[in-house]
Write a new protein. Structure first.
Length: 365
């Protein structure tokens, strides 16, 4: 298991205004000032796309990339494949530790046929990172000898176990099923404490899971689908399951929540987070063939705005200049930082000195 300290490219000077993050715990809204988004790029130099990037937002909808949309950490320093996808960032329960998980995959070099691993990163300041590379096939050969894909890992704090639970989609070579597996991370966040176990098996399979807790219920959002008797996909989009505990049992709702289900516009990469100063939640998802994200609102995590006038507008900065892919807004709340030019490192030190943590996908992105 590799482990080393990474001094992120965040040390490069860049100009940004203050940002925010997303809360998952019950906190005073006044403490929350912004949102942090972790993502990889879908445009530009193919060799530079599958690397970790950060963006900030004041409102959770309009995003501004840090470091001029350049990678903040080079993937070949933290992954086995040389690339990372689907980054998810979580602020820890202590308020100052950050956890990132990502798919260990470099499609531009190796294609889509096989990826058995994920990347785990941990930091106390968003600039200095330790990391571990976890290959399920090598680490757990008895169960995962015939693994094909390990996709979109995410982390959530389990208050019952008082540990961080990492969950992800798995597909095996001999089966087309896409199910969610999970395991608790070790204290260093470089490996798992135990062999991953089946967490949730959606009827038709699913990818890109994101879990959030509200009023005693866990809401598990993901890209699901509907198939006919012959296994042909009839419809796909964002769905959810709910459970009283992270251990389940998970009840599938089957209803499609995104505004594009049943159309020719395909979506994936759903992320759910609560607005800092509101009782509303934002469901965001990647319109990957259209090069943009879209957003919908909800107060109960069951009913979401569904028409164009109710839906939040896509972030114009990302929509017109770049194509962020499959990231997550961070639930970590961040404190206010100076509006003047400064290094990202100093900016993040200002931010994290005030706030707390959250769940989310980018706790998100």
């Amino acid at each position: 298991m590799k482990k080393q300290t990474i001094i992120a490219a965040l040390l490069l000077a860049t100009t940004m205004s203050h940002g925010k993050t997303t809360p998952n715990r019950t906190e005073t809204p006044a403490n929350f000032e912004g949102y942090l988004f972790a993502y990889f790029e879908g445009r530009g130099d193919a060799k530079q796309q599958e690397h970790l990037r950060f963006a900030l937002s004041d409102d959770g909808v309009n995003w501004r990339a840090l470091n001029e949309n350049r990678p903040v950490i080079a993937s070949d320093t933290i992954s086995e494949s040389g690339g990372i996808r689907d980054p998810h960032i979580l602020r820890g329960e202590d308020g100052h530790t950050f956890y990132i998980t990502a798919t260990d995959m470099f499609t531009r070099k190796n294609g889509w046929e096989y990826n058995p691993g994920i990347v785990l990163l941990k930091s106390g300041n968003l600039t200095d990172w330790t990391h571990g590379i976890l290959d399920l096939e090598k680490s757990y050969p008895e169960k995962f000898a015939h693994i094909k894909w390990v996709w979109a890992p995410q982390t959530i704090y389990d208050p019952e176990a008082r540990k961080y639970l990492v969950y992800f989609t798995v597909r095996f070579e001999y089966d087309t099923a896409l199910n969610f597996y999970c395991a608790y991370a070790n204290e260093d966040f470089t490996a798992f404490e135990n062999e991953p176990q089946l967490m949730f098996a959606p009827k038709y399979g699913a990818i890109d899971g994101d879990i959030i807790h509200k009023d005693g219920t866990y809401h598990f959002f993901y890209k699901g689908n509907t198939k006919d008797r012959n296994g042909k996909e009839l419809k796909s989009g964002i769905q959810q399951a709910t459970a009283p505990s992270l251990r389940g049992p998970w009840k599938e709702h089957f209803a499609y929540l995104d505004a594009y289900a049943g159309t020719r516009t395909h979506v994936e990469g759903s992320s759910i987070f609560k607005l800092n100063d509101s009782d509303e939640y934002i469901l965001m998802y990647d319109l990957y063939s259209s090069g943009r994200y879209e957003f919908q609102r909800s107060k109960d995590l069951i009913h979401f705005s569904s028409n164009l006038r109710q839906r939040l507008p896509s972030a114009p900065w990302f929509r017109h200049r770049h194509h962020p892919r499959r990231g997550h807004p961070s639930g970590p709340k961040m404190g206010r930082s100076s509006r003047r030019s400064q290094t990202v490192k100093n900016q993040f030190h200002n931010l994290i000195s005030i706030s707390d943590a959250a769940n989310g996908k980018i706790l998100f992105l």
